[in-house]
Design a protein around this ligand. Sequence first.
Ligand code: CAA
Length: 296
Amino acid sequence: MPSPDKIKTILVIGAGTMGHGIAELAAVAGYKVFLADINNDIIKNGLEKIKWSLSKLSEKGSLKESVDSIMSRIVPVVNTDPQGNFTKEFENAIKESDMFIEAIPERLDLKQALFKFIDKNRKQDTIMATNTSSLPITEIASATSSPELVVGMHFFNPPPLMPLVEIIKGEKTSDNTVSVTYQIAKNFGKQPVIVKKDVPGFIANRVLARFLNTACWLAYKGLYSILEIDSAVRYSLNFPMGAFELADYSGIDVFYFVNKAMTERGFKMTHCPLFEQKFNSKELGMKSGKGFYEYP
Ligand code: CAA
């Protein structure tokens, strides 16, 4: 049976916005971390962002160790070859790891293929967590032989600063898996909440989807400008970011996929077309230089 004390090495799959932030948290908490992605450029970019974030935290005196010593615990791993097959290097990292946290794009087919491969190569009793923002844990777990070890571990962007982590119990997730994952989130310095119902979007994203969609309709119908809506959200509701700022910051593609996954599974919401338009024209927010705002 998994136990928090047995977890020394964590494999984070995905070095993008969420993955590199999660890898940073694990390394700060003292774990050895494998950080995997499909090529060296993506991993290098993720490692640079971790270093930047750690330097910021270090300036503020929030780290107990030097940036270099934390960075030395993170080992990069390329997980696929040019044909898209999983690499031997990745297989070895799986064999050495005591826990997995997946943070790859929000596509069920990709996640299921990855979980199937991890499940085939992992040690016994290793927790397989997914940072999915919207897909049911039960659907991801169905690709494995041990759905009792599959759990949702949903972080918020940026993971190093946002306190909440949703720990989601799939239909077959064991209570032990939930409680060990809860403890690991605590070890990362987070405030976990247990989500017992595996509904698409869980808690926060169901609320957030309506908030962003409402803001979007106001702009789409020409009632208010994006700047007016964001000003109201920031300076009247007192949110740290406006709705469109937040969409640009976390990625318009992320919210597009989250909303799609939820409505495909029965969440009632009439999508504002602006999100899909931005997604189709690859205006994804900060990461692409343009979203609802421009980032020169
Ligand atoms: N690591 C370390 N430091 C960071 C950082 C990071 N990742 N990101 C920002 N900082 C630093 C900044 O550099 C800045 O440092 P200085 O004081 O030295 O200049 C400091 O933190 C404050 O940042 P900012 O001045 O940029 O602005 P801020 O005070 O607004 O804080 C924020 C930034 C914490 C991101 C805040 O704007 C915020 O909370 N925004 C909302 C984020 C949010 O709602 N996230 C959830 C998104 S939804 C999601 O993630 C779920 C999903 O599934 C899609």
